[in-house]
Design a protein. Structure first.
Length: 352
């Protein structure tokens, strides 16, 4: 009998149930059983799941907060070191996500260092473990015309990858073999939606209107609809196991023809993404932000959020201020820029 994979999910509503349940059922149906647990804190950053809700706390109490598979308040660090809720063997996979406000949370919530901290606690329990950095997606501003959102997600995915690469750079410098692997869920959803709306797209995924088609995948503005949830679980399975999910279980409400298309798409996407994935240097990452993404990110935030909350003059003034500030902050050549790397001082950069 195939030994069960042991997977831990750390996240918020974009990785909430039934995502891990679907993942488990898919894996079971394909003869690759899974045991899993989770830390779920509503709307949380990784920092919140590490530090807790007291910004002055130094005891990393966040690891003992949140909802788990069947309980709440599980001590995640203790569970990594000596699992009590699966079969007693170490977890081999961590799937962790950050808040979807990419550039904002990168600085305000110190994504790079808290991602490393969580990864290190996981590796303490299993030096051969593998961490997947599950890339969240921003709210879809117009489901009747998702083209701008699709373009945004394509531009955002390399920046999420840069966050993982910043951690990996330091792991490599320390002679460690563990790495953080990107799991580009926002990019996968964008590709799925674009393909579904194309004239030559699969009829099984087409509804009467663009709005109705997109709503099958993203239900409100950001949370997954029924087909989107199943697709996300398929992509997660394909990434974790490195194999096709074709022929897998499908939930009630997903027709056989839809399940087939989603399974095929998930495998094609994952296979293509990882076959072309290459490391990025920190110079490349800084250039991406300086030359394109800072403008693109804050422009999207301006139009999708601020212009709904304030008048247009105030929204544009706020946009100019944030764009200039982030472009500057993420170009600095010191440790205040999370994409700056200096091997002489790097060991002192990380959290204890």
């Amino acid at each position: 009998m195939t030994a069960a994979a042991r997977v831990f999910f750390s996240g918020h509503s974009l990785t909430d149930r039934p995502l891990p349940d679907h993942f488990e059922r898919i894996a079971q149906s394909l003869g690759t059983p899974v045991l899993w647990n989770r830390q779920y804190v509503v709307g949380s950053s990784i920092r919140r799941r590490v530090q807790g809700d007291d910004p002055l706390a130094q005891d990393y109490r966040g690891y003992r907060q949140g909802y788990n598979r069947d309980t709440e308040g599980l001590d995640v660090v203790a569970e990594f070191r000596a699992p009590q809720t699966t079969d007693g063997r170490p977890y081999d996979t961590l799937v962790i996500t950050e808040q979807h406000g990419l550039l904002g949370t990168l600085l305000w919530n110190d994504t790079v260092r808290y991602l490393r901290h969580y990864h290190d606690r996981f590796i303490d329990g299993n030096p051969q473990g593998k961490t997947f950095f599950y890339e969240s997606w921003i709210s879809l501003d117009d489901k009747s015309d998702p083209r701008r959102w699709i373009a945004y997600e394509r531009a955002a995915s390399p920046i999420w990858h840069c966050i993982a690469e910043r951690v990996n750079l330091s792991l490599a410098a320390q002679g460690r073999r563990d790495r953080i692997t990107p799991l580009p869920m926002g990019l996968a959803l964008a590709q799925l939606i674009e393909d579904s709306l194309a004239p030559s797209g699969p009829s099984a995924l087409k509804a009467a209107t663009t709005l109705e088609t997109v709503s099958q995948f993203i239900g409100d503005e950001v949370h997954l609809g029924p087909l989107g949830m199943y697709y996300a679980a398929l992509v997660t399975y394909a990434a974790r196991f490195g194999r096709s999910p074709v022929g897998a279980w499908a939930p009630e409400g997903v027709r056989p023809d839809q399940a087939q298309v989603l399974q095929d798409h998930a495998w094609a996407f994952v296979n293509d993404y990882y076959s072309h994935l290459r490391p990025r240097t920190m110079a490349q990452c800084q250039s991406l932000i300086r030359d394109d993404f800072a403008w693109r990110y804050w422009s999207y935030i301006r139009d999708a959020y601020w212009r709904r909350e304030m008048n247009v003059v105030m929204a544009y003034a706020k946009w100019v201020r944030h764009y200039a500030e982030w472009r500057y902050k993420l170009s600095r050549q010191d440790e205040r820029n999370p994409f700056h790397y200096d091997p002489r001082s790097d060991s002192g950069y990380w959290l204890p």
